[in-house]
Design a binder for this molecule. Sequence first.
Ligand code: GLU
Length: 388
Amino acid sequence: MPERVAVTEYSAAKTQTVAQTIVVKVGTSSLTNPETGNLSLSTIATIVEVLSDLRRSGHRVVLVSSGAVGVGCARLGMTERPKTIAVKQAVAAVGQGRLMRVYDDLFTEMKQPIAQVLLTRGDLVERSRYVNVYRTFHELLNLNVIPIVNENDTVAVDELKFGDNDTLSALVASLVDADWLFLMTDVDRLYTANPRTNPDAKPIDVVRNLDELNVDTATGGTQWGTGGMETKIAAARIAMGAGVRTVIMKSDAPGNVLKILAGESIGTRFEPQENPITARQRWIAHGMVPAGKLYLDDGAVEAVRNGGRSFLGAGLMGLEGEFQREDTVRLCNIHGQEIARGLVNYSHTELQKIRGRRSDEISQILGYDGEETVVHRDNLVLMRKALR
Ligand code: GLU
């Protein structure tokens, strides 16, 4: 069990004076009234004030806001979230514009320019598009604009969906090289179980190692949102790996962000990994959508995991999926547990032929010169154990 600590060890002075890149994510349940579906204007206004203050103090701020579907439903008088994709996409188109209008009105009061950035997973898959999105964020932040990000629900197709904005916000935090990711939600922190239904649920203040975290996340999001604690922990995992400190906190007191930056212990804080992965590795690990699986024998697992070596192919026990060269694949042990992810140098049909053979046999089997490695170590990222 992670310990409860009252004081934080990072320097309050440092976090206050050094300009930080801060990503704040707010969910639908925080932005809308669950009974009426109408916008919770006072919460939104407070968030706007806090973010504008942060901007004015020199921080770089990105807001990831859900609510397109929820607000669209309210506008159209729907009483529950639509189930079919086409209706959801149509409703999101209604809601996104309204949401931005409200944000723009409120941020204009604070003289704070904003921008709308709508993303789909496909925008991060291709390296050139990923780099392009990175540049856009960079310029917006240089211009002192607060980008307001949401998934482009109206056009996103299922296989290229982030699915929930917790994941999206972590990917954005990783993309912009953020110092902080604040996941604002309707509970004040992470508990060992759902505090609404389990009186024994204990609060967790700091998480340093997600592999040691033992929580029951069996409750999903609210009727209107799509997240829940599970997606928040998955988001924290992405962010921690990218060197981003992540906090789960309650959205009804957004001013707590300032207190947390000043060193107070509020909410649940996830400490970033000590050796965060590089920008290119982040793209491989989280931007790409894996197209297949390679099953490695124990020797190859050992070489990749502990030796940090390229995967040569001799230890390939089996494969799954239809992938092409340069696609991302999961490298798994024989039990199917993912140990690394990387860009593969051969298609699945080529790999079927060269499976279990030595590197020097490859050109003879294929009839042409291939790469020496199946996945080169420069294109390989070790994955931490997934939360079960
Ligand atoms: N993109 C969705 C929306 O704006 C929300 C996804 C989520 O709830 O995480 O409604």
